[in-house]
Design a protein around this ligand. Structure first.
Ligand code: NAP
Ligand code: MG
Length: 399
């Protein structure tokens, strides 16, 4: 069989620990036998980030902007313990944070559904996609402690005019926090959400807490409404999908009663928290994909989980592990599909779709990794636990 050819390289961002091991196996067993894989390789593994003073992360993000599509392996975000473990020169920032900031992107997280794994919320029949604004709020906040005294918020404009507000007059010890966002970033977030919803033909729900946060959250609501009216209303109407704004409490209640099939746009913190809740409710974090989309149409695909450290320590002791590669496979298939669409390569798009179908079929026919065995219930099918490599080989047979 002749291998499928590519035109533009994918930007390949390698990573750490167990996911780095799976990364190579996925390429070897599922991709290279079928595709003449073209990538521009960046090693974002912690060892190389340290060697390059983290420049490799910045270079990979620049390449992502240049070529348009990247696929990223999970990476370690260093903490104090990792500083010792890897003897690091510095406590580097999260690579995902760096890439997100450079792309000014929105993160969309969607669960991979298979017949046999029922969500904890049984009415959920279709995926719920969380769109998380990836800039500002508490992630770029300034905070501190206070004692007896007054905390104030001061804004100085370019001419030196000051506006001053009292945050709180403390009688004793306390804490304060100031955070920000920019109209530009919120506008990008809004467009990314509207575009994604149109792409997927799914309704878009957006929620904030504007009844309490009248100016701050009110601004998010206002920007979404303006952009929808001016740029997207007609497109949504002709695609027959709705845009709805409501309070976050209201969306939480509606989501639980819904059957899914919705894009839920969340502010940064809401998206962080709600995506873990939604992922768990669908069954497993290992079955959640993630894509970062920038306002100018740059895409970065990855799994939503981390480097699965516990499994890696077993692996380096020589034990076979049953780590779930599905979300990482879907990162590859998502990136290959997008590359195929951009370069007009129907064979590549078709391959990516066959890879996804083969992965789902393998599980539905009872062959899966250990994390899924306990969740799987299907008449006439007894789930069988495979090692990661056996599972990848079982998928390859079905492509
Ligand atoms: P994690 O790697 O997602 O793993 C947490 C636990 O979830 C695992 O120990 C495992 O449970 C289960 N799990 C996650 N993915 C799995 C998979 N594919 N197959 C089977 N089980 C899976 O999160 P973490 O332990 O909090 O973080 C580990 C490292 O990853 C940290 O250094 C962190 O900085 C990094 N991280 C990176 C990203 C990213 O690059 N996007 C995201 C999150 C975390 P059991 O142990 O019970 O089997
Ligand atoms: Mg989180």
């Amino acid at each position: 069989m002749e291998k499928i050819k590519m035109i533009t390289p994918l930007v390949e961002m390698d990573g750490d620990e167990m996911t780095r091991v799976l990364w190579d196996w996925i390429k070897e067993i599922l991709i290279k036998p079928f595709v003449e894989l073209k990538t521009e390789y960046y090693d974002l593994g912690l060892v190389n980030r340290d060697l390059t003073d983290d420049k490799v992360t910045v270079e990979s993000a620049i390449a992502n902007k240049k070529y348009g599509v990247a696929v990223k392996c999970a990476t370690i975000t260093p903490n104090a313990q990792r500083m010792t473990e890897y003897n690091l020169k510095s406590m580097y920032k999260s690579p995902n944070g760096t890439i997100r900031a450079m792309l000014d992107g929105t993160v969309f997280r969607a669960p991979i559904l298979v017949d046999g794994i029922t969500p904890y919320i049984p009415t959920w029949k279709k995926p719920i996609v969380i769109a998380r604004h990836a800039y500002g709020d508490i992630y770029k906040a300034v905070d501190g402690t206070a004692g007896k005294g007054k905390a104030e918020l001061v804004y100085t404009d370019r001419d030196g005019n000051k506006t001053q507000k009292t945050v709180f007059d403390f009688e004793g010890d306390g804490i304060v926090l100031a955070m920000h966002n920019t109209d530009k970033s919120i506008e990008s977030f809004a467009r990314a959400c509207f575009n994604y919803a149109l792409d997927m033909k799914l309704p878009l729900w957006f929620s904030t807490k504007d009844t309490i946060s009248k100016v701050y959250d009110g601004k998010f609501k206002e920007i979404f409404a303006r952009i929808y009216e001016n740029e997207y209303k007609e497109k949504f109407e002709s695609a027959n999908i709705e845009y709805m704004y409501t309070l976050i409490d209201d969306v939480v209640a509606r989501i639980v009663r819904s059957e899914g099939g919705i894009v839920w746009a969340c502010k940064n913190y809401d998206g962080d928290v709600m995506s873990d809740m939604v992922a768990t409710a669908y069954g497993s974090l290992a079955m959640m994909t993630s894509v970062l989309v920038s306002p100018d149409g740059v895409y970065e695909y990855e799994a939503a989980h981390g480097t699965v450290t516990r499994h890696y320590y077993k692996y380096i002791k020589g034990e076979e592990t049953s780590t779930n590669p599905v979300a990482t496979i879907f990162a590859w298939s998502g990136a290959l599909k997008k590359r195929g669409e951009m370069d007009n390569l129907p064979d590549l798009v078709d391959f990516a779709e066959r890879l996804e179908k083969a992965t789902i079929k393998t599980i539905e026919e009872g062959e899966m990794t250990g994390d899924l065995v306990g969740l799987f219930k299907k008449e006439g099918v007894t789930p069988k636990k495979l090692t990661s490599r056996e599972f990848l080989q079982a998928i390859a047979k079905r492509i």
